[in-house]
Design a protein around this ligand. Structure first.
Ligand code: NAD
Ligand code: UDP
Length: 352
């Protein structure tokens, strides 16, 4: 597998992933509607890859389009076919991803995430492409478990997570229907934060972000006055919630490992957790951020957020043993790189 379609490749995770893949000599077709991202992210990816002396001009082709339109996907596959660089694998990141928005606008979420994937799979079959890595999420797991492995109970609590579960099921049924053809990996991401260490790539959420890391950045930058911590009465070491934060570059490298693994095996479907296996409380995250960046993050406590859990940390034994995944970046690195990205790009990508 060398010629890949990366759906959603200009987004937060996709942009970091594209850089890593280019550096590893993959040839990429990126398809994105830019509903939640900016073209500038891909300009930065190109610049960083070139800086690394990679000749990427022939290795990155960008298509703008919405995957709910089947023709858009067909065009990319046809282009690749006609240019003798057939797509032999897909990394499917394109998705709407806000939990809150998915509750408020379920039709958008079901429509976007499911129809895009159905179209994608149909076109993949048309072009005899049977390799896919899908961006799933730890949010699908039942919420009263601490260390979750891939066999832990699944119980999604909102439309966003439900779309991930349904897509995993869709992929399973396709795997079953085409015996001996598909190689499918559902990567279940935990909490990706941080940014590329150059400060050139990072998370640039549109609208008002609800996740902890962008909120911390907003407080550190003075855009909002206080960080509201949802609950100080959880049964954890300091009363705040515990999550498994993973550096976005480690997460991106996990995809490379998954691809290398897929290249070695016979058709198969599997689920793999991508986290670090280390739990960090909200307060610990805030304190590390303050310390490594020499900033102040005023905090206040709020009541627990609806649907939150005290602790969600990955068991990454399978990722370690199967795909040789050993994330190496610390919480300090995540906080340092995320803040550097903000300082270099206080307006995100927009002012470029
Ligand atoms: P992102 O919003 O930054 O990237 C998603 C990209 O998909 C965006 O560039 C968006 O424009 C594009 N897109 C959305 N719908 C599209 C469509 N119909 N057609 C074409 N392009 C479309 O999100 P991200 O954080 O980079 O997440 C990437 C994937 O990882 C998503 O599937 C997300 O659900 C999953 N995930 C993310 C997290 C996280 O915390 N960031 C955690 C678990 C799973
Ligand atoms: N959190 C918080 N304040 C915020 C946003 C999040 O205290 O403004 C907490 C939240 O309760 C959870 C952790 O930070 O314990 C991670 O939340 P996030 O929304 O980033 O990820 P998820 O809940 O999906 O794991």
């Amino acid at each position: 597998m060398k010629n890949l379609l990366i759906t959603g490749g200009s987004g937060f995770i996709g942009s970091h992933l594209c850089l890593i893949l280019l550096k590893n000599n993959y040839s990429l077709y990126v398809l994105d509607s830019f509903i939640n991202s900016s073209y500038e992210a891909l300009n930065r990816v190109k610049a960083l890859a070139k800086f690394d002396k990679k000749n990427i001009d022939n290795n990155l082709k960008v298509f703008v389009g919405d995957m709910r339109d089947k023709k858009t996907i067909d065009n990319v596959f046809r282009f690749a076919y006609e240019n003798n660089k057939r797509i032999d694998g897909v990394i499917h990141l394109a998705s709407l991803k806000s939990v809150k928005e998915s509750i408020e606008k379920p039709i958008d979420y079901w429509g976007n995430n499911i129809i895009s994937t159905l179209n994608l799979v149909e076109i993949m079959i048309k072009y005899n492409c049977f390799n896919i890595v899908f961006s799933s999420s730890a949010s699908i797991y039942q919420k009263d478990q601490k260390f979750v492995n891939e066999e832990s109970f699944i119980n999604p609590l909102h439309p966003y997570a439900e779309t991930k579960v349904i897509i995993e099921k869709l992929l399973k049924s396709i795997f079953n229907a085409y015996q001996g053809k598909w190689k499918i990996v559902n990567l279940r991401y935990f909490n990706p934060i941080g940014a590329h260490s150059s400060g050139q790539l990072g998370e640039d959420p549109k609208g008002d972000p609800n996740n902890i890391f962008p909120r911390i950045i907003k407080v550190a930058s003075g855009e909002i006055k206080k960080l509201y911590i949802f609950g100080n009465d959880w049964p954890t070491r300091d009363g705040s919630g515990i999550r498994d934060y993973i550096h976005v570059m480690d997460l991106a490298e996990g995809h490379l490992k998954a691809l290398e693994y897929l290249n070695l095996i016979e058709p198969k479907i599997l689920n793999i957790n991508l986290g670090t296996g280390i739990g960090t409380t909200v307060i610990e995250l805030v304190r590390v951020f303050e310390k490594v960046n020499n900033v102040k993050i005023p905090i206040a406590y709020e009541k627990r957020r609806n649907g939150d859990v005290s602790e969600l940390v990955a068991d990454i034994s399978l990722a370690k043993s199967l795909i040789n995944f050993f994330p190496s970046r610390s919480i300090q690195d995540m906080c340092k790189d995320g803040w550097k990205w903000y300082l270099n790009n206080p307006e995100g990508y927009e002012n470029n």
